[in-house]
Ligand binder design. Structure first.
Ligand code: FMN
Length: 191
């Protein structure tokens, strides 16, 4: 890449990096599959020590979506009652796009840690690619995604794969503001 060509691209990239926000509320309109496909392409180019390529992607259709929304609603019913469970069920069923990423487990603690790190980079690639096209994502790791019932619905083996997240994607109905500590709070120059 030449220096002259890099300037406007890197400015655009920095804006995507800093302005990407977790989206909690989506419009009902679905995202064209071509945008999802091109975001998925970026997943496999995430940095990855030893190129273990530890990620697995599951795109969920309506049957799995319904089953997971009901699993979650059942958990909410137990902890917060019927009204809260109904609200949650309706909210989850309104999520337009559903993707699950899992990561290979390993007996080697360092490898497992580095593989999870690579999966997080892959997840960020996916989110940033979509955000660059105006599509938002919510990464969620709530209790239900760690249950055996969840792995059975999605169809992966919990003994060999761990959940990185459930990712909802769609056109944002609203984008919330966010704040971060200033760089000076955590930046140190070391001689
Ligand atoms: C590993 C991981 C798990 C997350 N799980 C949840 C979650 O379960 N529920 C949720 O509302 N947000 C979840 N988030 C999104 C964060 O809450 C969000 O990134 C944070 O509030 C900062 O907002 P921003 O993404 O708009 O900068 C998760 C993010 C990461 C990286």
């Amino acid at each position: 890449m030449s220096d002259t060509a890099a300037a406007p691209t890197s400015e655009f990239l920095n804006r995507i990096l800093c302005e990407r926000r977790t989206v909690h509320d989506f419009a009902a309109r679905s995202v064209p599959q071509a945008l999802i496909d091109s975001a998925l392409e970026t997943v496999r180019w995430a940095p990855n020590h030893h190129r273990t390529e530890p990620w697995h992607i599951y795109l969920l259709g309506p049957v799995a979506q319904q089953a997971i929304a009901e699993l979650n609603s059942k958990k909410v019913l137990e902890s917060r009652g019927e009204r809260a469970a109904e609200i949650k069920l309706a909210r989850w069923l309104a999520m337009p796009g559903w993707l699950v990423m899992t990561c290979d487990r390993s007996d080697d603690e360092l490898r497992e840690r580095e593989d999870y790190a690579a999966c997080c980079c892959a997840a960020q690639n996916f989110m940033l690619s979509l955000w660059g096209n105006g599509v938002g994502v919510k990464w969620t790791t709530g209790e239900v995604v760690r249950s055996t019932a969840f792995s059975e619905v999605v169809g992966f083996n919990r003994a060999t794969e761990s959940v990185v997240g459930l990712f909802w994607y769609g056109w944002p109905a609203q984008v919330n503001e966010q704040h971060r500590r200033p760089l000076a709070d955590f930046l140190k120059f070391v001689d």
